[in-house]
Write a protein that binds this ligand. Structure first.
Ligand SMILES: NC(=O)c1ccc[n+]([C@@H]2O[C@H](COP(=O)([O-])OP(=O)(O)OC[C@H]3O[C@@H](n4cnc5c(N)ncnc54)[C@H](O)[C@@H]3O)[C@@H](O)[C@H]2O)c1
Ligand SMILES: O=c1ccn([C@@H]2O[C@H](COP(=O)(O)OP(=O)(O)O[C@H]3O[C@H](CO)[C@@H](O)[C@H](O)[C@H]3O)[C@@H](O)[C@H]2O)c(=O)[nH]1
Length: 432
């Protein structure tokens, strides 16, 4: 099939490359000219494992191309996906002005039937707005359908998630739209759930909010574990063995960040509020998440006595491993709090340094974890990259001024670090 994807970011580019992998002809479109230029030179403007190779392969085969013009994509394609950002406004609602502009341009460019699909995460009822806007802007005789097809990929494992999803959700209003989307995804073996558009939109916000809730739940349990002298890792293991609960998303730590969970949780609270429901449960999940960062800073302060004039080595900056994405990364708030208290920061991340430079003022960025540790008063673990989990602890101990590790991701066994002579503090486990 011939498809266009508007918005060539984490979701749009992965979607485009994967649809090409499934044998479709794809045009990826973006209004950021530098991004399109880079992609035409086969350079992927962000880090996502395996993506650059996949993009190169399909561009060479002629299945994947790039354009700055929505009209070009609309002319050449039967299906048009919208995958642009839906960032939070100051009040927490999703900003949909970009979506509206894109929809208007699509409508004006349509000459025959087109299926327009929401891939971006949008509030329930956006599909109706999209349909109304197209009706107003398009030429009279042109038929069209609108559909919702939310995306569930995780950064860092996006290609795997796209090609091997737990489920594919499509919200449609016509049999024709359903048939086209079924055909498009025919190459993927996964349950496909067909709903109305509103339910599909809600599935996305409800899923992300539930994941956020699960993380905040285990972080609250971690507080109780610490106070009681229990170990949250064992508690999560025991809970997770219950098939109804599951072990996933029960890793206690400094809380969730990234471009999705924080903003989608907030947006879902706002959507519910507008519809007349006060979603207090989600508000509390957000409060717990914010307080995890403060708790972490208090743990650092306890370990160092005074933070002022201390040097802190920061291991990991991205909001999670295997990505360079710094959007809503907990590291940003944590480092700001530490600097406010007078700390000097020596930071290292395997991939995110480039993006972090613009966000973290006055931090020294280091070549590796060992350079960050050299002469520092303690090391804090913020992102659980494999490279960080595998650091040479004996070498780290020699490089630090004092052998103190404060671990926001529960990467190490406390007894092992104690045996090595570290003072080791983590989340929800008895502090040795
Ligand atoms: N990042 C994820 O893991 C993920 C997963 C599932 C869903 N989502 C959702 O998908 C959407 C996109 O997220 P993302 O992380 O890919 O964002 P992103 O910021 O990485 O990419 C968005 C792209 O859209 C482009 N764009 C913005 N306005 C445009 C316009 N008017 N015309 C053409 N291009 C335009 C931007 O230049 C950018 O390249 C959001 O709604 C997000 O919530 C994200
Ligand atoms: O047990 C856990 C699991 C995750 N996290 C943190 O939660 C955040 C989000 O992690 P993850 O969900 O793996 O990353 P995303 O790439 O943001 O993916 C989420 O957001 C996407 C965008 O909507 C969805 O498509 C995905 O299904 C959903 O998992 C990160 O800061 C993680 O460190 C924890 O603290 N504890």
């Amino acid at each position: 099939m011939k498809i266009s994807i508007i918005g060539t970011g984490y979701v749009g580019l992965v979607t485009g490359a994967c649809f090409a992998e499934l044998g479709h002809d794809v045009i990826c479109i973006d209004n950021d000219a530098s991004k399109i230029q880079a992609l035409k030179k086969l350079q992927v403007p962000f880090y996502e494992p395996g993506l650059e190779e996949m993009v190169r392969r399909h561009v060479r085969k002629g299945r994947l191309s790039f354009s700055g013009q929505i009209a070009h994509g609309v002319r050449k394609s039967d299906v048009i996906f919208i995958a642009i950002g839906t960032p939070p406004k100051e009040n927490g609602e999703a900003d949909l002005t970009g979506i509206e502009n894109v929809v208007r341009t699509i409508a004006k460019s349509m000459r025959s039937y087109r299926l327009i699909v929401e891939k971006s995460t949008v509030p329930v009822d956006t599909g109706c707005r999209v349909r109304q806007t197209i009706e107003i802007c398009k030429a009279k005789h042109v038929p069209f359908d609108v559909a919702s097809n939310p995306e569930f990929l995780r950064e860092g494992q996006a290609i795997h998630d796209f090609l091997h999803p737990d489920r594919i959700v499509i919200g449609v209003e016509s049999a024709k739209a359903e048939k086209i989307l079924r055909q498009l995804y025919a190459g993927i073996r996964a349950p496909l759930i067909v709903t109305d558009i509103k339910s599909a939109e809600l599935i996305k916000h409800a899923s992300n909010s539930f994941l956020a809730l699960k993380i905040s739940y285990i972080n609250a349990v971690a507080r109780v574990c610490e106070a009681a002298g229990a170990d949250v890792e064992r508690v999560a293991e025991g809970m997770g063995m219950d098939g109804r609960i599951g072990r996933a998303f029960l890793d206690a730590g400094i809380g969730f960040g990234g471009f999705c969970l924080p903003k989608d949780l907030e947006a879902f609270v706002r959507i519910s509020q507008k519809l007349g429901y006060d979603f207090g449960l989600l508000k509390e999940a957000k409060r717990i998440n914010e307080s995890q960062k403060e708790l972490f800073v208090r743990k650092i302060e306890n370990s160092l006595w005074n933070i002022k004039d201390k040097t802190i080595a920061v291991a990991g900056l991205a909001f999670k491993p295997d990505t360079d994405d710094m959007r809503f990364a907990p590291s940003v708030d944590i480092i700001a709090m530490l600097q406010q208290l007078g700390a000097r920061i020596r930071a290292y991340d395997p991939q995110a340094t480039g993006k972090a430079r613009g966000l973290l003022k006055d931090a020294k960025f280091c070549r590796d974890i060992y350079e960050a540790a050299r002469g520092s008063d303690c090391l804090i673990i913020v992102t659980d990259w494999d490279e960080i989990k595998k650091m040479d602890l004996k070498r780290i101990k020699k490089l630090l001024k004092q052998p103190i590790i404060i671990d926001g991701r529960n990467v190490f066994e406390p007894s092992m670090l104690k045996a090595m002579g570290f003072s080791y503090v983590s989340i929800g486990r008895s502090q040795l």
